[in-house]
Write a protein that binds this ligand. Structure first.
Ligand code: ZN
Ligand code: ZN
Length: 751
């Protein structure tokens, strides 16, 4: 069964009740969550129930070795994560025999996080779990809890391999939420190719946060990085300090309490792109004419003003439970009115008592938008949520097309458990757990026989009459890097302390931890000193640069096999296997607050090849002849369409624009035609390009709309420029891209 409903609808109670009942009845329960932090919170909640028969315990990387035996032998409610299940529990199933024998229920919490390649790995881990349970004669009920998703039953079936019932009706009491879509204005700054730079989402969020705090509205601001959250909190505090100073000072203009209606002012702040975020210094208010629009809502009691800035704070991951409880208390009491946070807040703080939520930048999916917006609205009261657009084609599209957000189902969660690069390592792990037999094959999906044959040919598994065996010395589980995309992972080490921060899979290392990269780990910012690919190490140091970095790569693509094709307008749409050669050649630096481009630094990294899946479209020369005749640069038009379509695919497939890549050319060697490719950036594919093929008309229509909606003249980061373009966003032709997409999507043409 999958329960797929909104935030605070009571999902935990729905699985907790039968789970506790199972424990009371002598059974055991396995609870899975994507993060250790969430498991720790769940454990605390369980212990607060004070039911002595429920012996709950976490079993993860932090569990001391001396406690592990106790957990295996005595706990009847075990909280863990897929990583630990994969490496620590399933390979040693014999030690867990009494637990597995009595296993009644498997809870898969926050399961909407299991998408893409990671989700495909988790799907295979759950299949291994089912097989181990069968070994011990148990058939546990799977209960999945998910944020709102399209077709949750279909997703749950792909994830577990079992038929699933779905619960999607949310009957919990709720007020109404007003949603505002907010586009920051263009500034006078100039970026790459002279493109205008938009005021940043963080700067606008800081202003809105200060405004709302002044209006006594309890507000939470979601910001991408911790550094960004801190900037928002600092800027909002500086703004509030300005207000407090200008009102309490003897020369202050008269405050006009309660005279203005909400919202405070309908024109965007006129102070320019940077003035109010970079400076924390207080200006002499005698020179500030006209008085700050913020004075509209000054409270009557001027004594409170000095404390205004202290009403805003930033929240970071890794706070101790006591600190989080203090924070919750301050929010409830109103001593804290504004909180800026990364998504880390999803895990651990109960802030249901809020009036407004600010979301700086599209959070990636409609599902997470509603989840974050759902934080606003206490005790069934009405609430406000504001989505503030970043300079990105998808954000631009959404603030101009509210119909893409409202009144339609949220995304389907996409994963591809049949990806042979994912399946192979798990078949090895499964064979190491219990030798595989013919009866097991259906559990792992239809591609299993082919993948097994390949594993035998590569001497990873041995075929004997009784089945397939793992006979090697090393641990089979080491073959699967479930959070990465294959390849030996690169260790990320803090150079001054030698502390291991984490690991990045080899393909991503080129783009995320190259020398000079700004690397964000659990909201903390580091600067990469060196990336040593041979040693498999990236040395980093904590730093606070005022810019972010974007790796840029150049890409070649060749078609290995076309699996599906269909006509699209006068052209053709294809889906199939490709080989991609990528080389990261430089990185772009952009100032955090203003978005200003600071330069492009060259890098010396080897090319990598990737076998993956792609969706691509072609147009015959006759169809594009009018454009060529009008002297439009076809290469620039295709390139611009490619960039924007990469930006928009996440609207249809739950991926990040960094999970996919593209190639466009006026004439591709394999097709002999103008061709635009979009491929999955993970070995073997992740299901994103396939989704693009299925939804091509909607996807490309949205792409066209995103380009058309942007008010810039010749292209900017909000429409056709891409921060990861290896060609420095050259050539790009905005009008040409629109015409190209018009031809492709022409009504009346077959689609
Ligand atoms: Zn633009
Ligand atoms: Zn490009």
């Amino acid at each position: 069964m999958i329960i797929s409903t909104g935030t605070a609808s009571g999902k935990s109670l729905a699985y907790l009740t039968p789970a506790v009942a199972a424990c009371l009845d002598g059974g055991t329960v396995l609870y899975l969550t994507p993060t250790k932090a969430l498991a720790a919170d769940q454990l605390r909640g369980l212990r607060e129930l004070r039911i002595t028969q429920v012996r709950a315990a976490c079993f993860d990387g932090d569990t001391p070795f001396e406690e592990r035996t106790w957990v295996r032998q005595h706990a009847n409610y075990v909280l863990t994560n897929p990583d630990m299940l994969h490496r620590g529990v399933l390979p040693r199933h014999a030690q867990w025999s009494s637990f597995f024998r009595r296993l009644r229920m498997v809870v898969v919490d926050e399961c909407h996080g299991y998408r893409g390649v990671f989700g495909s790995h988790v799907a295979q881990i759950l299949r291994r779990l089912r097989r181990v349970c069968a070994r011990y004669g148990s058939r546990p009920t799977f209960v999945l809890a998910s944020a709102t998703a399209s077709e949750p039953g279909v997703f749950a079936m792909r994830l577990t391999g079992l038929e699933m019932d779905e619960v999607t009706t949310d009957a919990s009491p709720k007020g109404s939420t007003t949603i505002a879509l907010w586009e920051p204005p263009l500034t006078d700054l100039r970026g790459e190719g002279g493109a205008p730079v938009r005021r940043t989402a963080t700067a606008e969020t800081a202003d809105l946060l200060a405004d709302l705090v002044l209006a006594n509205v309890r507000t939470l601001a979601f910001v991408r990085s911790r550094r960004g959250a801190e900037t928002v909190a600092l800027s909002a505090r500086a703004k509030l300090a300005d207000v407090a100073f200008s009102v309490t000072a003897p020369w202050a203009p008269q405050a006009t309490p309660d005279s203005a209606p909400w919202p405070p002012h309908d024109a965007p702040d006129a102070t320019g792109p940077e003035a109010d975020v970079t400076g924390g210094e207080i200006q002499d208010p005698r020179h500030s004419t006209p008085p700050s629009p913020l004075t509209w809502a000054i409270p009557d009691d001027a004594q409170d003003l000095a404390g205004l800035p202290d009403k805003v704070a930033a929240y970071r991951a890794g706070y101790l439970a006591e600190d989080r409880r203090l924070l919750e208390k301050a929010l409830r009491a109103g001593t804290l009115m504004g909180l800026a946070t990364t998504n880390a807040l999803e895990l651990g703080v109960d802030v249901s008592g809020l009036d407004a939520v600010l979301i700086a930048g599209w959070p990636g999916t409609r599902a997470s938008l509603w989840q974050q917006a759902g934080r606003a609205g206490r005790d069934g009261q009405d609430a406000l949520a504001v989505l503030i657009a970043r300079d990105d084609p998808l954000d631009t599209y959404l603030v101009h097309h509210p119909q893409a957000l409202f009144g339609r189902p949220v995304e389907a969660i996409v994963l591809d458990p049949d990806n042979p690069y994912v399946l192979g390592p798990h078949l090895c792990a499964a064979a190491a757990e219990i030798p595989l037999t013919d009866d097991d094959l259906p559990v792992f999906g239809t591609t299993t026989p082919d993948v097994l044959e390949d594993l035998v040919a590569r001497n990873l598994l041995r075929r004997r009459p009784a089945g397939w065996f793992w006979t090697r010395r090393e641990r089979a589980t080491d073959l699967a890097d479930i959070r990465g995309g294959g390849g030996a992972p690169i260790q990320v080490v803090e150079s001054s302390t030698g502390r291991l921060l984490g690991s990045v899979d080899e393909p991503s290392a080129h783009t995320t931890v190259h020398t000079g990269a700004v690397y964000i780990h659990q909201g903390e910012t580091f600067l990469v000193e060196t990336l040593d690919l041979d040693a498999g190490v990236a040395l980093v140091e904590a730093a606070n640069p005022d810019y972010s970095t974007f790796a840029r790569d150049i890409t070649d693509i060749s078609i290995l096999a076309t699996q599906r094709s269909r006509p699209l307008g006068p052209g053709t749409l294809h889906f199939g296997e490709v080989e991609v050669t990528r080389q990261v050649v430089s990185y772009l630096k952009r100032r955090l607050q203003s978005g200003e481009m600071l330069g492009d630094e060259p890098l010396d990294l080897p090319p990598r090849t990737l076998r993956t899946r792609a969706v691509w479209w072609t147009l015959p020369a006759t169809a594009v002849a009018p454009l060529a005749a009008a002297d439009i640069d076809l290469g620039g038009a295709a390139h611009a369409a490619e960039h924007a379509s990469i930006g928009l695919l996440p609207l249809f497939a739950t991926c990040d624009r960094w999970d996919i890549g593209g190639v466009s050319t006026e004439l591709h060697a394999d097709t002999g035609l103008l061709t635009v490719f979009v491929y999955d950036g993970h070995e073997g594919g992740a299901g994103f390009a396939e989704r693009g093929y299925a939804r091509a008309t909607d996807w490309l229509t949205a792409t066209r709309e995103a380009i058309a909606s942007c008010e810039c003249e010749r292209g900017c980061p909000s429409c056709i420029q891409s921060p990861k373009c290896g060609n420095g966003n050259e050539p790009l032709h905005k009008r040409g891209a629109l015409q190209l997409l018009d031809i492709l999507l022409a009504p009346g043409a077959p689609s």
